[in-house]
Structure formats: structure tokens, C-alpha cells
Design a protein around this ligand. Structure first.
Ligand code: FES
Length: 189
């Protein structure tokens, strides 16, 4: 543990404070529980942060802890226990490929290898342009549809042959390029 923690956190890059709309969403979750049990909203708050920011930073955990009146370490334990929470910045698209045994027996590992080759990264890595992060996933409950993957914790993709994977990646990349050009245009005076 750092001996400087009460002074400056050397090497720690603070993330942006959580926005007022995000805190308002927290309050909505908190309101679902009796006043003395607002800590029950911790998972919902973590999910909100992850959805908005793509990952849960230490600073975000601190803000959640403050908001829910619980120790930071207790929030951190929840973040690290559940693998749906990401603790580091990830690409715009998080690709979670299931490689549990039933999927492995049905080309799950092959799909992962194909993605690694196509994206030029290995499991856990993010492409240099920040568009894709490749991660391993636990069973997604769709073993019969293998190879399966989850995009951004939300969109399930089944029967992912190499051709379908190529289509998905190319499509997402094209959409990103398009958005980039548009944002750039909007930024022009
Ligand atoms: S093992 Fe992959 S979805 Fe079940």
C-alpha cells in the first residue's frame, strides 16, 4: 500500500468525476431500497458506470462508496468479484468470446484464434486504435450455439463462423470510421 496515499497518489491518473446525470441514476437505484440498505444498489451503480464509461476506475469506486455510505474496499471487492466489471479502459467494442469447455468442443477456441489473428492482438488486449478489446468469457448459456460471443456485455452473437466474425469486425470498424468522420465534421466551426 502506498505510504503517500494521504498526500498525492503518484502515478495515479484521476478519472473524470461522475456526471450529475449518472449520480441521478444512482439515486434512482438507491430509491428502490429502504434508506438503511442503500448499499444494496452497489451492483446497479457499478453497472451504470461501466455502461457510461466502459470501465470502473478506482476513482469511480470511491465516488460510489461515498454515495452509498460504504467503505471503498467493499465496493472494490464487488468490482473484482464479478467478471462483468472491467477495471481498465477498454476499446469501444468489447468482444467477449466464450471458451468454456462446451464451447471449446464446438469451435470456441478456433473463433478466438481467428479474432486474435484478424485484430492482431491476443486475449485481453486492445487494438492500438482503441476500437476492439478481446476478452474471454464464462459460459453465456448458449453452448449449443457455439461459437458464441457477447459484444459490449449486451449483444449476443451466435454460430460465429470465421466469415461471420469477419463480417462483424468489418461492419463495426466501418461504423466507427463513419462516426469518426462525422464527429470530426461536427467539430469543425
Ligand atoms: S460454454 Fe460457452 S456458452 Fe456455454
Amino acid at each position: 500500500m502506498s505510504t503517500h496515499s494521504h498526500q498525492h497518489d503518484h502515478g495515479h491518473v484521476p478519472s473524470m468525476p461522475l456526471s450529475a446525470p449518472m449520480l441521478a441514476l444512482f439515486d434512482k437505484e438507491v430509491a428502490k431500497y429502504p434508506a438503511d440498505q442503500k448499499q444494496s444498489a452497489v451492483m446497479a451503480c457499478l453497472t451504470i458506470v461501466q455502461r457510461e464509461r466502459g470501465y470502473v476506475s478506482i476513482d469511480a469506486e470511491r465516488e460510489i462508496a461515498l454515495h452509498l455510505g460504504m467503505p471503498v474496499i467493499a465496493v472494490h471487492e464487488v468490482t473484482t468479484f464479478y467478471n462483468m466489471y472491467t477495471q481498465h479502459p477498454v476499446g469501444k467494442y468489447k468482444l467477449n468470446v466464450c471458451t468454456n469447455l462446451p464451447c471449446q468442443l464446438r469451435d470456441g477456441a478456433k473463433a478466438l484464434k481467428h479474432l486474435e489473428g484478424k485484430l492482431g492482438i491476443t486475449m485481453g488486449g486492445t487494438t492500438p486504435d482503441g476500437v476492439f478489446t478481446l476478452q474471454q468469457s464464462e459460459c453465456l448459456g448458449a453452448c449449443a450455439d457455439s461459437p458464441v460471443m457477447l459484444v459490449n456485455d449486451l449483444t449476443m452473437c451466435s454460430f460465429m463462423s470465421n466469415e461471420k466474425l469477419d463480417q462483424l469486425i468489418d461492419g463495426l470498424r466501418a461504423a466507427t470510421d463513419g462516426a469518426g468522420v462525422q464527429n470530426h465534421k461536427e467539430a469543425q466551426p
